[in-house]
Ligand binder design. Sequence first.
Ligand SMILES: [Zn+2]
Length: 339
Amino acid sequence: MTQSLLLRCITSVVRRGAVPQPGRERGATVSALHGSERKGPSMKASRLFTLLGSLAVLISLGAGAVRPGAAHAGAAPNLLDRNTGIVVHNPKIVNLYWDGNWDGDNPSFHRSSIDNFTRDLVGNSHYLATAGQYGVGPASFGGSFTPSWLCGASRSGSMLSSVTLAAWVTCEVLVPGTGVPYPDINFNGIANTLYVVYLPHGTRINDTYTLPAVSLFGHTYGPYTIGNASCSSTTAGGYGGYHAFSFGGTNAFAWAVVVADCAQGSFGSVTGIASHEIAEASVDPYPTASWINSSLPSSSIFSDGEAGDICEHKSSPNVTIDTFVYARYWSNRDNACKP
Ligand SMILES: [Zn+2]
């Protein structure tokens, strides 16, 4: 990720007063050392300890771009390249609201509304059906959770770093007693459980990091200087969300964040951002390692290269299904944005 990309992200994302739009995402990865393969709570706690101890290093991955190998995405319809082909095979979406008083602080989009949208996403809308061609099968809703006291503050602060965010997500997911389900075990390269974090009104993400180069799955990440920020209700420009992954238990697991403040009260904007990130996290859970447009330079691959990004720039980036606004994403099979 280059500084020019960062500037572009800051100046070109969610527009004030615009119709609901999916937020631009930035690939973010957070890694930690694998712990024991045992599933007991005490082992989970020790793994978390290890993970937190490693966060200073991990952060560097925190928004790391992946430089793809050979550039080979061609003209339509094959805008998305398989690369490693690792996907979330059966996304089980778990909503994490970082605000113990979510409904009071976010009256335009109550938890129940967002949860109902999530149920529709995995159910009646068939939103992820298009992702079937990339290996994503039936999805499910894994529940809705507010912060556990075990993981610190009951509401995210006004300015959040991706380090802090990643630590909170991994705590909620891995520490016994939070109530949040552990990542599903599978042998497909990443857990099926996909956690979606909703940040409340008044919270913005802002990071400045320089990341070392790291290799994963044959891809080299970094080094990159990250100086990126999300939008907010008072700050135009910046991304509305991103997706990332963490290691925990026997698997890595994917997670996404939705900066609800960017929606400026528009529920459709919240669901647009969320669906965009869920689609992309499903088909590219290790950002840029799977289904992306590999022909793009690293300077724009995060803003333009993923399934949702390709459609974000087209004339009808969103579609309404079952009263919910969804972000379209690219279908190689249809040579079009779907659904
Ligand atoms: Zn995107």
